[in-house]
Design a protein around this ligand. Structure first.
Ligand SMILES: [Fe+2]
Ligand SMILES: [Fe+2]
Length: 406
């Protein structure tokens, strides 16, 4: 039963949804929400780029069908028979990446993980504010609270795993398509890194947490649109800058917050790889966007990055946990309000965008034309931060460890 004091905040679509029988409400709400995603995209070119993937992900829910998905790829593989040394900074990243290879089997898998042990919490106690649930008439006992935190953490790690699968194939595509030869050699190491990330997240979920959630529909949309876009720089922008940049922020937040030692060590190793990946993305795109593209092409990418930022900020609503726990007890609209106000999720959003925005600035996708939109979305506070060019893995981990100790 939901609290009446929330009813004066209902939107028109919510009022319509509330007229329906209970079992249809969530389904219809998800359609309204998908429609809302499309209506909020202002640029028709961006809509054309995201639209087909949006239909597949949000309406047909391809990621949740329980069968493999085929995504047609149509990029050009770029061969160069002269094997030029063309990008010294990428060559340096390649050298570091070779030295930085590690074996997922070497993580301390012997550690016994009890995800429900409050002495060694996966997520800190304050990650979820349970008093907010009471505003919607839901009271959870101590045991349920621990279990819900475990589900949130499992949901996040499941999304990391699905994102890593996308990163693995995107890295392979980008390695074929990129025009810098040093970038291709570097790309081969990233493919290996992403394979290892799939391995360790999958193993952690399977052996230690004992379950996995489906891919979030919005993450599906982003991955689908990147895999099927034939432009290499869009794949780069989407995967190396947006998805990887946000993932790096998410890994860092969880690394700081978890008290579970195996997960902590796993994330420490993954963060070192990801810092290189984002660095590579910034390096490749900075030159391309500032010297190779027409103004119109650069504007399109600027708009696309902004829309995808909003999609990523506003749409990861942990619905897969909602479906399991609160369907019929809280409406989806109120669930969104609840998730938006959760301190742990807010912390994630803050750190994720503090990583992403400086990289968008660095590659030239934050011209004065777009800044007011970022300002309006509350994201300008991150504009002056350090980009991936300045942030080596060592510095990143150092800062995280110092902040944790303080
Ligand atoms: Fe990765
Ligand atoms: Fe990566």
């Amino acid at each position: 039963m939901e609290n009446a004091k929330n009813s004066n905040r209902l939107s028109v679509s919510e009022r319509l949804v509330n007229l329906l029988p209970q079992r249809m409400r969530s389904q219809i709400d998800s359609y309204f929400e998908a429609l809302d995603v499309f209506m909020q995209v202002r640029d028709p070119k961006v809509l054309r780029a995201l639209g087909p993937a949006g239909l597949r992900g949000l309406l047909f829910r391809r990621g949740k069908q329980g069968v493999p998905t085929h995504m047609p790829a149509s990029h050009n593989a770029h061969f160069d028979w002269n094997y030029p040394s063309d990008q010294p900074e990428m060559a340096e990243l390649y050298r570091r990446a070779k030295l930085g290879q590690w074996d997922g089997d070497q993580l301390p898998w012997q550690i016994d993980v009890d995800p429900l042990n409050p002495e060694v919490p996966l997520l800190p106690e304050g990650f979820i504010d349970f008093s907010l649930f009471e505003e919607y008439g839901v009271r959870l006992n101590r045991e349920e609270q621990v279990k819900l935190r475990y589900c949130f953490c499992t949901w996040m790690l499941s999304q990391f795993l699905h994102g890593e699968q996308g990163a693995l194939y995107a890295a392979a595509q980008v390695t074929e398509a990129v025009q810098f030869f040093d970038g291709k050699l570097y790309g081969a190491t990233q493919v290996m890194d992403e394979g290892r990330h799939v391995e360790v997240f999958n193993r952690y979920l399977d052996e230690k947490l004992g379950r996995m959630y489906h891919i979030n529909d919005n993450l599906y949309v982003i991955i689908d649109s990147l895999m099927t876009d034939s432009r290499w720089d869009m794949k780069f922008l989407g995967m190396q800058i947006m998805v990887e940049g946000l993932a790096l922020g998410a890994f860092c937040t969880l690394y700081q917050q978890t008290r579970e030692p195996l997960l902590h060590e796993l994330l420490r190793m993954v963060i070192q790889d990801e810092a290189r990946h984002v660095h590579y993305g910034v390096l490749a795109l900075r030159e391309h966007f500032t010297s190779q593209l027409s103004d119109a092409e650069r504007r399109e990418r600027e708009d696309w990055a902004f829309e995808v930022s909003l999609l990523m900020r506003n749409r990861f609503m942990v619905y897969e946990v909602f479906d399991e726990w609160f369907e019929g007890r809280i409406s989806r609209a109120n669930w969104r309000r609840l998730v938006n106000r959760q301190p742990g999720m807010n912390r994630f959003r803050q750190v994720m965008f503090s990583r992403l925005v400086p990289n968008l600035r660095e590659i030239g996708l934050m011209s004065p034309r777009i800044l007011p939109h970022y300002e309006q979305a509350g994201l300008m506070q991150f504009f002056g931060g350090a980009s991936a060019m300045e942030l080596t893995a060592e510095r990143l981990l150092d800062e995280l460890d110092t902040a944790k100790a303080a």
